[in-house]
Write a protein that binds this ligand. Sequence first.
Ligand code: NAP
Length: 430
Amino acid sequence: MSEPLKVGIAGLGTVGGGVVKILQEHRDLLAKRCGRAIELAGVSALEMPDALKDTLAGVPWFDNALDMAKADGIDVVVELIGGSDGIAKTVVETALGAGKSVTTANKALIAHHGLALAKAAEANGGVLAFEAAVAGGIPILKAIRESLAANQLHTVYGILNGTCNYILTEMEQTGRDFADVLAEAQSLGYAEADPSFDVDGIDSAHKLAILTSLSFGCPMDFDGVYVEGIRNVTAQDIAFAAELGYRIKLLAITKRANGGVLQRVHPCMIKLDSPIASVHGVINAVVAEGDFVGRTVYEGAGAGERPTASAVVADLVDIARGISAPAFSVPVAELTDLPVQAMASHKGAFYLRLMVVDESGVLAKVSEMLRDEDVSIETVLQRGRAPGETVPLILVTHEAEEAAMARVLEKLTSMAEVVEDPALIRIEPL
Ligand SMILES: NC(=O)c1ccc[n+]([C@@H]2O[C@H](COP(=O)([O-])OP(=O)(O)OC[C@H]3O[C@@H](n4cnc5c(N)ncnc54)[C@H](OP(=O)(O)O)[C@@H]3O)[C@@H](O)[C@H]2O)c1
């Protein structure tokens, strides 16, 4: 057998702990598969977790992860600290600068600095790998970079945040509202104490920016992602969606359009027979569509100790086997700019919920506003009658321009009979 691959892990939390477990439990299996051992040659964290003390006895400890990133005798640094900047970034830069390879699960770091880091890896002969950064245990980056390499991909979309999918699933199954389900998700450990990265769509946007670059061979553009989270989705919208034959999911969608690319993250209504409508709870799913292969669908655990660690160790196996492909499918210098398409250029059907005063003439006024912007109505739903009181008025439009809908919303907001901000959810024909 060849020399062992010597690995140093920075960060021994949820994912770091999982990586330690796999390297220990599957030591022999991994050695056989790689033709060489994967040896833990260093660890660093703020404190040694009690649960890992025995397992890690004898493994060199580094008080400072930066020392480990530079240390002789470490071939690969596994960055599992987190955060787009600060120590995580410095550790990765230092390791790559020293000619080592790096694997990380850190989507925030890759979404913001991935290209510069990939360039550093190319310049110094190391590998930068980040399979775990997108959709946790689902091997979607490898599938896109390698297995679908014969294709021009045109559309990639998915459920990339398990916390949001869990919340939407619970809301649908129990009829409870967002705040209530979020509080429960926090108490169960499915949502962070500060849930904003997840529920405001930022985590999905990080992952989408990475997917776009890998799929279309363009530089990453996190700021070019249109982002809307799930805070405004109500139990009422979920019930109306069901009545109309749809389910609401937070989707991340990247599409080649008009010679450019449109990247967006927002709640969507999708038909119940869409390939990802039945992906429930914390599970993630990704659909990648290519010109030769057609539609391919991937589903699995998008987070958690074991699935995420599985993806990190898969990167280590590739490095141990000497398999490496450019981090973003092509060398960084070969990435080609694609003009960012503004969200205003998007066209689609829309669900609109208006809380209106139940009196005659309101529907006529609303219809007129839509007609003035060339938006035609496919369906109108109004449940119950309560003269003089507030009732929901649901409208589903035919395909319309986003920019026109934005103007409609502005006018509706200033209409006296509309007593709350209108709720708008895009309908995706996926
Ligand atoms: N958890 C998941 O399911 C999941 C899924 C996909 C991707 N990720 C990504 O994986 C990364 C790690 O996530 P996690 O959930 O494992 O985080 P975590 O449980 O919070 O673990 C972070 C670890 O980093 C250590 N750390 C903090 N500052 C450090 C420093 N200056 N030097 C060395 N170590 C330091 C922490 O030590 P102390 O514990 O002593 O503070 C802890 O061991 C993040 O980028 C995250 O986005 C996580």
